[in-house]
Ligand binder design. Sequence first.
Ligand code: GTP
Length: 616
Amino acid sequence: TEIGTIRNFSIIAHIDHGKSTLADRLIQATGGLTEREMEAQVLDNMEIERERGITIKAQTVRLDYTASDGKPYVLNLMDTPGHVDFAYEVSRSLAACEGALLVVDAAQGVEAQTLANVYQSIEHDHEIVPVINKIDLPAADVDKVRQEIEDIVGLPADDAILTSAKTGLGINEVLEAIVTRIPPPKGDRDAPLKAMLVDSWYDPYLGVVILIRVIDGAVRKGQQVKFMQAGTTHLIDRVGVFRPKIEQLAELGPGEIGFITAQIKDIGETRVGDTITDAKRPAAQALPGFKEVQPVVFCGLFPTDANDFEKLRDSLAKLRLNDASFSFEMETSAALGFGFRCGFLGLLHLEIIQERLTREYDLDLITTAPSVVYEVHLSKGRDASSIGSARTIGTDAAGLSIVEIHNPADWPDPNQIVEVEEPWIEATIYVPDEHLGPILKLCQDRRGIQKNLTYVAGRAQVVYELPLNEVVFDFYDRLKSISRGYASFDYHQIGHRPGDLVKMNILVNGEAVDALSMIVHRGAAEARGRQLCERLKDLIPRHLFKIPIQAAIGGKVIARETIAALRKDVTAKCYGGDITRKKKLLEKQKEGKKRMREYGSVSIPQEAFIAALRMG
Ligand code: GTP
């Protein structure tokens, strides 16, 4: 394809402003799909994505369009993942485009959350075409939205395109604007091949499919290519595009977006942002901006029914086929049995995987409290070798080993710890004014540092620096409930900072319950410990003796509850008389006992731990 006829663009829109409908219209108008095929929305193809209104995997569609100048053009519509946990993937998708459509609902106007995406797009030097959609609605106020686009986004809006993706109005104007306003890509056909790995996924028939943007040179079937970051070589066996149906091509040239396959089985070999070059005539330098994605939030996943362990392992392996950004390894817990320690890009990523396991794989799971990754400076002479799954990442200025720890079970003895550093984020919260007060208090309570407070599009926009550790602990839920669902949240990591972090154990009758241990800030430990103890008090059945429930840091108890002893006459009453009732009760007990865990002669039903964790 002649590079001057290519246009690569993405669509920026707030949820529900009509991104998918518009994309489908563009596909339909250029002949990619019939009306019937369009009924099933093409771009977000996973059920969960549609229900949650987010797109997890980037997809691209190639459209053939003959413009009003009579010439044929190739338009590549790049769909980008919509959530903050996938910020790096989004940045690579944007780096593969030269422009974007900014879709704004004519009745809703500019939403503050959209701004973060617009700014990203601007940072990539994109030409942005404003599109005011849903002008068929009676409540549409085009002039007001135009003004908002100028005032709030800072883009000229005289030439905003007016559309109704629903009726098809304005779709041709959008196509013309893509051709006339978005610049063609630049690239050198004669230079050595340089292509960016934008995304990849596993297809049961094709193996790993890799979405690429060719920068220089061309990629062909039969070519030996090198992945510069991964350091691997592969033979390309297919080259093609999605229209959205798959179509194989002889080659992809500079500026083009399409896919390749190369008999790759493991998605872990394909890293987003990697540079693909010719093995025999390699490019001198890899593309800038590559980042190794690392899980930042960890938790234990255990099957409620121990018999489901194998099924959980198989399901995790299947999910991992299509998502190399989460990790899992086996873990055993005295309280919860066999399970897996899993790592995710963020809390939403965790929720998505958890939900898919529950829904698609029909598993009933227990999740332990999410943990972040701590960098622990160990005392002289210590390193990771003595600590479970910890990993040495280097030495500090004083020559002490720094290890990464994400599992409370691996937390070293306090006298072996010199310093702990925890990850921080910069969070931007958008919220209607009337809910601002409680949000500020929430951030303050979570050790937040306020950096900025402004008003954008009639909403408050607050920027806070927060320890990630405080955010993984029910922050989203609190944020949503105190703002009645109106607050939204965007974040990125800003590195590690020293923090006074300790391991808190929960002891039942003097014995620590592994599944309930957590790393907390010393200042928050007492409140959280008390909460857990109170909860457990209601969940653990009474015994014939008093049972202390304690929260402790090292040997120091910081919170305590006591379960009173069962009075003898109560049991007598319960078991006296009716013999069949007695039998039934005994049978129930037997069943229950199988799932009991013993803690210092206290039998605790597994359900109690599950309930304690679920209330998290
Ligand atoms: P997510 O996929 O949730 O991010 O939303 P989206 O931005 O892709 O919006 P989508 O295309 O799913 O549209 C949201 C709703 O608005 C759907 O019910 C559409 O039918 C409707 N819609 C889209 N465009 C128009 C339009 O031009 N006019 C009217 N009246 N409704 C529209």
